[in-house]
Design a protein around this ligand. Structure first.
Ligand code: MTE
Ligand code: MO
Length: 383
């Protein structure tokens, strides 16, 4: 079958779908290190993993509404200044299973680990576009281009056997501060096949769906990409919309992800002794917004204590500080007395004072995207 040449994967991963391969690490493994090891990093695919074995003849075409199209080989991309950006990638479907428990939604089920934090290395898309004569901080090219489309070499059924694709606004693509990368390394190693070898896009602060893997073509377009994953998927609808009254055109494609936070040190099935316990996990927001606060409750949300936050072990995290990774998650931690069986709750506030919604019911949507409701874990305390 077309899935006969899949790469090897770490046995720790919990498989949510085999073909295409979709898998996530257990909660405890997810927070075992601030930079997620490649093996533990969630894998989200829509088709078989493509094989690029002749790296010498691999190139990316830049075409569309530009004066001169150009083919860039790996050596051309490596010639550009190399940047290392620590950025958290999160699938819009993270925590979908919990949303599905309220009312059925369509899509691959995920617990809380369709997210990972990596050091991505490569050229800035802004520098690549400058090579073809598109200056920084433009929102329109001379020929009318306003969007930058990324087309992959993979094949997926949602595109009727065509490649996965997505686009971002040209103004973001040409802004060096947006740190959009054409990445060839992940955590200091060449990208592996699962994560987009030999080259992928990384759009920091934006839902994972726009970070196209196995890049083949960059198109400068007047309109946003018309592909399935931009127009018929990865949009958020109100709870009232169902499969009979859905109007895809009425909503924009999801881009920046909202503030999120999850407890990873505990599972719903945990039985613990009464007394002090560590509550820890991750918090992250999109658009480069930092995490202002993480609140923890051990009585289902009546009383709260503030958790400490860090990115580097032992160094308190300060949002927007020079030394903080602006595109990356923070870990939080608090030692707290848990005297009896209870519901433990976590919620985060980002630097724009955005707060997570209290209940999943209020944000339920038929595609099960962006479940950022307060994270709740039910623990049983026994003697
Ligand atoms: N790019 C291609 N070519 N094909 C895909 O199926 N999936 C997208 C994105 N880029 C996808 C893709 C989605 S939905 C997510 S969440 C991320 O890749 C997942 O990246 P990862 O597998 O490296 O974690
Ligand atoms: Mo995704």
């Amino acid at each position: 079958s077309s899935y006969s040449q899949e790469p090897p994967r770490h046995p720790i991963l919990q498989i949510n779908s085999k073909e295409p391969f979709n898998a996530e690490p257990p909660r405890s493994a997810l927070i075992s290190s601030y930079v997620t090891p490649v093996d533990f990093f969630y894998k989200r695919n829509h088709g078989p993993i493509p094989i690029v074995d002749d790296i010498e003849s691999y190139y990316v075409s830049i075409c569309g509404l530009i004066e001169n199209s150009k083919d860039l080989f790996m050596r051309d991309i490596r010639m550009l200044r190399k940047y290392n950006i620590t950025a958290t990638l999160q699938c819009a479907g993270n925590r979908r299973t919990a949303m599905s428990n309220v009312r059925t939604v369509k899509g691959v089920g995920w617990d809380v680990s369709a997210i990972g934090n990596a050091v991505w290395s490569g050229a800035k898309l802004a520098d690549v576009l400058e090579l073809v004569g598109i200056p920084n901080l433009t929102s329109v090219t001379r020929s009318g281009g306003k969007h930058v489309e990324f087309v992959s070499i993979d094949k997926c059924k949602e595109e009727n056997g065509g490649p996965y694709k997505a686009s971002i606004p040209l103004s973001q693509a040409t802004n060096p501060e947006a740190d959009v990368l054409l990445a060839y390394e992940m955590n200091g190693e060449p990208l592996n096949r699962d994560h987009g070898y030999p080259l992928r896009v990384v759009v920091p602060g934006v839902i994972g769906a726009r970070s196209v893997k196995w890049l083949d073509t960059i198109n400068i377009l007047a309109e946003e990409c018309q592909g399935f994953f931009m127009q018929k998927d990865y949009k958020m609808f109100p709870p009232s919309v169902n499969w009979d009254n859905i109007n895809w055109k009425s909503r924009r494609p999801l881009m920046d992800f909202p503030v999120q936070c999850v407890i990873c040190s505990l599972e719903d099935v945990n039985v613990m002794k009464p007394g002090k316990a560590k509550v820890s996990g991750y918090a992250v927001s999109g658009g480069g917004r930092g995490i202002e606060r993480v609140d923890i409750s051990v009585d289902g949300g009546k009383n709260w204590v503030e958790a400490s936050r860090y990115q580097k072990t032992g160094i308190p995290y300060i949002a927007d500080h020079m030394s903080s990774d602006k595109w990356a998650w923070v870990f939080f931690e608090v030692i707290i007395d848990i005297p009896h069986s209870t519901q433990i709750v976590a919620k985060a506030v980002d630097t724009a004072a955005n707060v997570q919604p209290e209940s999943v019911e209020t944000i339920w949507n038929l595609r099960g995207v962006l479940n950022t409701s307060w994270h709740r874990v039910q623990v049983r305390v026994g003697h």
